[in-house]
Structures are given as structure tokens and as C-alpha cells.
Design a protein around this ligand. Structure first.
Ligand SMILES: [Zn+2]
Ligand SMILES: [Zn+2]
Length: 634
């Protein structure tokens, strides 16, 4: 039956394509219907027909040149160099066979594109490949390059994987009965190990699969019958790259899952970076790692990146659309449209309903929304954060004071998110002479994570893009930032007697390079430790924040007690999470009012408090479920 339906779809597509276009093959590749054509030059004229067809069939249809009519890469490079004026400054080519695309990186992408795309069209006519132009990123990211190379090396296997996934998605719905439910597998009434199962008679979709930040041995409840065997899951959807949302994704592949992972392109790159760092740090500290790096690669092989706003079939009865969440680079609100207009549910993931230095505020405009599953990190009635301006001023004042007394400032941060936010603030303050000239050291994965930010400028907010592209100021590459990339360099930074600012991972002092800085500089009163992010219950960060002065510290197998004499400060307001006011305002701002709201991702009392306040204010049904509970929506 599935095969019939697939054939039917293909026939429909073939019949609707204008005569002049030579259709060679029609394939399902993951959620896409791909039409391979023999004369891609004719493509420009047929653009509208394809759009109409996609709308009629409610499928994502794309056209690619038949690989047989693509010229070999070496020849293509030569032709492109002849066509494109030299002042475009092309820095590299990348051939993506999977999509029949040649990616041209240039210092001046506008010159490659030409007036109204004239040069691009000329390239396409001459070489057959579809040209895609990108700005040469100012910092090379090893992660981005390694991922590109890896995807290229597994392209045949990936074709097979995508075909298999595509046939499952397009098989058509089978069951008559309709219901929708969500099972909470982790991250409910707690922060960490976020994991949720969205289920219909046709589909099982896992949203996020994270580690527990305070105890990496505690995973989501993946052994319960609802998700077993793991290969019965149709799709995994990742809201963003923080480890409490994606740290255990490779475990799924270790224990039998073979399906796709949907995420935004930056989330894919950051996820790989953070997972590799996670198992490296754990191994270095002698902890058991839940998976090996081969499973990170296995997961990567199954990723299907989606940009914001692209509606995509991910199973016979579920369509997924990502929207900006404003939390970190690539972070997404995952919106699911179930059945043909049957039900709509969105998972906010972590979200920020305020414009930050890096991102626009989270999206509120959804075509339809019946249920919202939202985070409650700062959901308590007193969880108000100071404004960003106040936060920035306090941070700068604390650093200035510490510099003046000759001390060092240690800021534990997540590699992704707060680090870049703080970097932008510090760079601007130094440029405007509000902050004394000081070296800012970046240790851990911060530098590489920053490089990934520069590879995706289209995911940053308008004013940051404007600063970078129109004013030529890229705060990320300021000379004030110095990368620490070896243990010996780290010792140098610690032993150097001049004042400095150190940004190091992890953000909650539960491992990573920040530990060594802390151990060595905590004893001196002139130094300052500044928390700029959330400290989860059970982490060392939370204990120090609460005022613990004697910290037992395992060093090289011996137990040492570190005495905290340094100044310990918390600067609220840099959080990538919405505070209480923003959480409440978000509900009001939604373009369509949900019938049901569920609060997760917060300490128990915060989830409960937010749920009851939303009910009192808006008269919307709310719940703060426990882990292992299931809520039926329809
Ligand atoms: Zn997060
Ligand atoms: Zn989170």
C-alpha cells in the first residue's frame, strides 16, 4: 500500500512538469521530493510551476540537476573564476554532490551574485551545478569544516538513509482513530535531561534527549515501553545544542535507533562540538562516558537540517516547523501540526522573550496553536531579572574594580550563548573606554563555538549583522580576545601577575577548564568570580553561589580543600532564559491563544508556580507534570 502511494505521488509530479523540462528521476530523500532534471538551465522559467505543485501536494519539492550532466569540479572552478570578477575575492569552493550545489565562499558575495543574480545565472548555465554564495567567515571553524568533509565521505550511505526515511514519511496515514499525547521522559519539575515523546497512532516523535547536568549518570527514561524498541521512534527533533537537550542523542544510535534527527544547521554544528567536548571532558576526569565518538558520527549521518519557517513532513501525520527561540545560536521553538488540521502543539525549548545582543526575541506568531509546552527556569513569582542595561553596567563595574586592585576575574560560562553575549558586551565597553583595556582569555570550547557563530550570520539579529557587514566591526574577532588552547598556556594565564578576565567552561563548575582556574585563584581576595548564568541544584556552582567557603576538591587522586577567599558575585540579567515577566508576557503576545499550557524545565516549585499563575491570569488550563506522566491532548 505504501509503495502504491509513493508511485501515485511520483506520477502526479511527473504529469505536472512542463514539457520542456527533462525529468530523469523522482526520489524521496528524507522529507523532500527531489526531481532530477537533465536541463537545469531551463530551471529559472519553471520556478513558479514547482511552487504551485508543492502547494497542491503539500510537499517540499526541490529540483536538482541530474548528476550525469554536472561538469567535474576542477573544470567548474576554472569556469567560475572566468565568469566572476576578480574583486569578489573567492576564497574557497565546496562541492556538495548530495544537493548538486557548488558553494562559493567569497569576501564579497554580492559581486559573485551580480546585478539581480545575473552572474549566478551565468554560472549555472555554464556548469549545471546550482551555485550558492556565502561570505567567507572571519574565523575558520574546524567543526564546520570537519562536518562538511564527513558528510561528503558518507554521501552514498546517506542517500540510502534518506531514501528509507522518505518512504516512511510518505507512506500515508493508516489508522482511523485519532489521538495525540505526550509522555514526559525527563526535564519535568527539574532542569536537565530534557526528553519528551509526542505520540499519535501513526507516529512516535522524540523531542530533545539531554543529559542531567548535575549527574551525568541519570539519563531520561528511555527504557520504558513507550519508546522501546528505540527503532520504533520515527523522528528525533532537537530544539537547541545545549547538552541538557541533546547530550544523549548518540546513545539512541548506540541502542538501536536508525531514524532522522531534525535540527537547525547551527544546532547541528554546535551539537557535535559540545558532544565531543562532553565525552572528552568526562574521559579526562575518569568518569564513564555514555557513548563513544563513533556514535556522535552515526548521529550526524542521520541529521536533516531545517531553517526557521520551513514546514516539513516528518511522519505520515506530523508536520514540523522551527521558529526562532532567541536563546542561543540556532535555538528553535518546535511547532507540530498534527493530522490535516487536527491539532497543533509547540515545544518552546529554552527561549528568551527579549531581544538580546545576539538574537531577536522569540517568535510569537504561529498559524495555529492548541497546546504549548514551555520552559519555567525562571518561572517563580520572584524570578525577575534586572534589565540587560543594568546587568551590563554591574558586570563592567565589577571587572573595573577587580582590575584596579590587580586581580583576575573568572567567569564560568557555557561555551555557547552566554560566552558570546558577554564577549560582545566587553568588546563594546573596551572600544568605548568604559572598561579598562584588559586581555580576555577564552578557554574551553568558547573560541570554536564563537567561530561557528561567525559562520551563520543570518541567525544573528539585525543590529549585530549591520555592525559586522556595514560598519566592518566584528566584535568576535577583537584583539582583546585570546584563545587558551593548551594546559601550559592555562598555567601561564594563572601565573601571570597582571589583571585579566577569564571566560571558561563549564558554566556551572561541574568540570572543564574552569575548575583549574577556580582551584588556583579562589584563595586570593583580590580576585573575583562572577556567575552570569543559571546554576542548577546539585552543581558546585550552586554551592559556591550559596556561600560555601570550603570546597573539597579532588586533584590528581588526592583530596584537597579549596578555601574561597575571592569575591563571589552573581550578575543576573544575562540569561538566555525568559524571566518571570517575560514568560507571562509571552502567553499574552501569542498570535493564537492555546487551550492548554504545560510547564517543564524548572525546579519543582517554579514549574508549579508558573502553571498556577498562568491559569489565574489567563484562565487557560495548565499542568506541571512529573517525569513518566503522560498527558492526552485529544
Ligand atoms: Zn539551553
Ligand atoms: Zn535547557
Amino acid at each position: 500500500m505504501a509503495a502504491d502511494r509513493l508511485r501515485e505521488l511520483k506520477e502526479k509530479v511527473a504529469g505536472a512538469i512542463p514539457r520542456g523540462i527533462q525529468v530523469r528521476r523522482i526520489d524521496f530523500e528524507g522529507p523532500l521530493l527531489v526531481i532530477y532534471i537533465g536541463n537545469p538551465q531551463e530551471l529559472a522559467e519553471s520556478g513558479d510551476i514547482i511552487k504551485r505543485l508543492a502547494k497542491d501536494l503539500r510537499k517540499r519539492i526541490i529540483i536538482r540537476p541530474d548528476p550525469k550532466c554536472l561538469k567535474p569540479p576542477e573544470e567548474v572552478k576554472k569556469i567560475i573564476k572566468q565568469v566572476v570578477p576578480e574583486d569578489a575575492q573567492i576564497t574557497s569552493f565546496f562541492f556538495d554532490d548530495e544537493n548538486g550545489e557548488v558553494i562559493i565562499e567569497a569576501e564579497k558575495p554580492g559581486v559573485v551574485i551580480g546585478k539581480q543574480g545575473a552572474t549566478l545565472r551565468e554560472i549555472m548555465k555554464a556548469v549545471g551545478w546550482s551555485p550558492k554564495v556565502m561570505r567567507t567567515p572571519p574565523i575558520r571553524s574546524k567543526t564546520v569544516e570537519n562536518i562538511r568533509q564527513y558528510m561528503l565521505s558518507v554521501k552514498d550511505e546517506r542517500k540510502e538513509i534518506l531514501r528509507r526515511i522518505g518512504e516512511k514519511i510518505h507512506r500515508g496515514a493508516i489508522y482511523e482513530e485519532k489521538w495525540v499525547r505526550v509522555t514526559f521522559l525527563g526535564g519535568s519539575r527539574e532542569v536537565g535531561r530534557s526528553c519528551y515523546l509526542l505520540q499519535t497512532p501513526e507516529s512516535r516523535i522524540l523531542i530533545d534527549c539531554g543529559v542531567n547536568v548535575s549527574n551525568i549518570q541519570h539519563s531520561p527514561y528511555l527504557y520504558i515501553p513507550e519508546v522501546q524498541p528505540l527503532d520504533s521512534i520515527d523522528a528525533v527533533v532537537i530544539t537547541h545544542a545545549h547538552l541538557d537537550h541533546c547530550g544523549l542523542v548518540p546513545v539512541l544510535y548506540k541502542y538501536g535507533y536508525k531514524g532522522p534527527i531534525y535540527l537547525t544547521p547551527p544546532t547541528r554544528d554546535l551539537m557535535v562540538l559540545l558532544q565531543l567536548d562532553f565525552i572528552e571532558v568526562a574521559a579526562r576526569e575518569g568518569a564513564a562516558t555514555p557513548y563513544e565518538s563513533s556514535f556522535i558520527r552515526e548521529a550526524l549521518k542521520h541529521t536533516i537540517p531545517l531553517d526557521y519557517g520551513v514546514v516539513t513532513d516528518i511522519s505520515p501525520d506530523v508536520r514540523l516547523t522551527f521558529y526562532n527561540a532567541g536563546h542561543i545560536l540556532g535555538s528553535a521553538i518546535a511547532h507540530f501540526h498534527i493530522g490535516e488540521g487536527l491539532y497543533n502543539v509547540a515545544f518552546t525549548g529554552d527561549f528568551k522573550f527579549e531581544r538580546t545582543r545576539l538574537f531577536d526575541r522569540s517568535e510569537t506568531n504561529f498559524p495555529r496553536l492548541e497546546a504549548l509546552i514551555m520552559e519555567a527556569t525562571y518561572g517563580g513569582s520572584n524570578d525577575f531579572q534586572p534589565s540587560r542595561k543594568e546587568a551590563e553596567e554591574k558586570l563592567i563595574a565589577l571587572i573595573n574594580e577587580t582590575i584596579r586592585r590587580g586581580g583576575k576575574v573568572l567567569i564560568p560560562t557555557f561555551a555557547v550563548g552566554r560566552s558570546q553575549e558577554v564577549m560582545i558586551v566587553l568588546e563594546e565597553a573596551i572600544r568605548n573606554k568604559r572598561l579598562e583595556e584588559v586581555t580576555v582569555y577564552l578557554d574551553g570550547m568558547i573560541y570554536e563555538a564563537t567561530a561557528i557563530h561567525t559562520a551563520y550570520p543570518e541567525y544573528l539579529n539585525v543590529s549585530l549583522r549591520d555592525l559586522i557587514f556595514h560598519h566592518g566591526i566584528n566584535p568576535f574577532i577583537s584583539d582583546n580576545f585570546v584563545k587558551v588552547d593548551s594546559p601550559s598556556k592555562r598555567q601561564e594565564v594563572i601565573e601571570d601577575s597582571s589583571p585579566s578576565v577569564i571566560l571558561a567552561t563549564s558554566g556551572m563548575l561541574n568540570g572543564g577548564p574552569v575548575m583549574e582556574y577556580f582551584r588556583r585563584i579562589a584563595g586570593e581576595e583580590k580576585n573575583t568570580l562572577i556567575f552570569v548564568g543559571y546554576q542548577a541544584e546539585g552543581t558546585l556552582g550552586r554551592r559556591i553561589q550559596k556561600g560555601w567557603k570550603e570546597i573539597p576538591f579532588p586533584t590528581n587522586g588526592k583530596r584537597e580543600v579549596v578555601t574561597v577567599n575571592m569575591d563571589v558575585e552573581t550578575v543576573d540579567g544575562f540569561s538566555g532564559h525568559s524571566d518571570r515577566r517575560q514568560l507571562m508576557n509571552y502567553i499574552r503576545a501569542l498570535s493564537s491563544r492555546p487551550e492548554k499550557i504545560i510547564t517543564i524545565h524548572g525546579d519543582e516549585n517554579k514549574c508549579v508556580d508558573l502553571a498556577s499563575s498562568i491559569y489565574k491570569t489567563y484562565r487557560i488550563e495548565t499542568r506541571a507534570p512529573y517525569n513518566l506522566e503522560t498527558v492526552r491532548f485529544i
